[in-house]
Design a protein around this ligand. Structure first.
Ligand SMILES: O=C(O)CCC(=O)C(=O)O
Ligand SMILES: [Fe+2]
Length: 199
């Protein structure tokens, strides 16, 4: 008799780790408050010959000179670390062993704010960057898939940490899709390495 397998298609192993309660509720609430006061900007992106607003607000903090250009179109120039962001950076480094020189913030004001399928493979981060992503506020769906493969969903909760390990950006794509559900603000902080700037 044929044996039934519990997992007919073996669960994909992903180059990520998810820690739902990296920050406790009190820490996450306090950090969310802090992040609301950061310098959020509405950037514009050039795509297919058109200029359009990026569908979320962005900010960047980090080491001097660690400028970040993405999609050959949006140039982010870091402001100096706030002490709360620098403390969080050091805590993530202690927990993961990875070092970071910038943090890019994304603010999703509603379900209509999003980030489409992409990988973070900007040369300014060097080869095979590790990226650590903190989520605050409303829970949103984060999807990740091997290039050409099927996607896995994570619901990134308030105070969680998602680590994308080295190699993830070469083999996988990720996104935070739009949703028609009523969701309020979500803030995401992605800590990243950088090969330039001043030490
Ligand atoms: O908001 C998120 O969880 C992901 C953000 C992201 O992928 C990015 O900033 O590159
Ligand atoms: Fe990303």
């Amino acid at each position: 008799m044929q044996q039934l397998t519990l997992f007919p298609e073996s669960a994909p192993t992903l180059p990520v780790n998810y820690y739902p309660e990296f920050l406790n509720k009190e820490e996450a609430d306090e950090l969310y408050q802090h992040c609301q006061g950061l310098q959020w900007q509405q950037n514009t992106i050039r795509m297919l010959g058109k200029t359009m607003p990026v569908p979320r607000l962005e900010c960047i903090y980090g080491d001097e000179g660690c400028d970040y250009l993405y999609s050959k179109s949006v140039l982010l120039k870091p402001l100096p670390w706030t002490s709360a962001l620098a403390q969080l950076r050091d805590r993530i480094t202690a927990a993961t062993g990875y070092s970071f020189r910038i943090v890019i913030g994304n603010q999703y004001r509603s379900g209509q704010d999003s980030i489409g399928w992409h990988s973070d493979n900007e040369p300014s981060m060097g080869f095979n960057p590790a990226i650590a992503s903190i989520s605050l506020g409303s829970c949103r769906k984060f999807q990740i898939k091997p290039i050409g493969g099927r996607s896995t969903d994570f619901w990134l909760q308030h105070g969680s940490l998602l680590v994308m390990h080295p190699g993830c950006q070469s083999t996988h794509l990720h996104q935070v899709p739009k949703t028609n559900k009523v969701v309020s603000t979500r803030i995401n902080l992605t800590f990243r390495p950088h090969i330039g700037g001043k030490r």
